[in-house]
Design a protein around this ligand. Structure first.
Ligand code: SF4
Length: 67
């Protein structure tokens, strides 16, 4: 399968901030969204399109906030 990754990877605050985390939940999201089949369902992307600017770095692709 062709390797795929989100076109926003390099400017995405969530990805930049958490890409080296050991937190499994974050890693799971990255595998599903940032580098996986659900990249187009990402709520961060939706937010960006809706408001014209990026959400908090702590908003996950699911739309929930990291506490
Ligand atoms: S969190 Fe969403 S917008 Fe950011 S890199 Fe991952 S899939 Fe792309």
């Amino acid at each position: 399968m062709k390797e795929q990754s989100c076109e926003l990877l390099e400017k995405c605050g969530f990805f930049q901030k958490y890409q080296n985390t050991k937190e499994l939940a974050c890693k799971g999201f990255m595998n599903r969204f940032c580098k996986g089949p659900e990249m187009n369902e990402c709520k961060r992307k939706e937010y960006r399109q809706k408001y014209g600017f990026a959400p908090s770095d702590d908003m996950m692709p699911s739309g929930q906030m990291i506490r």
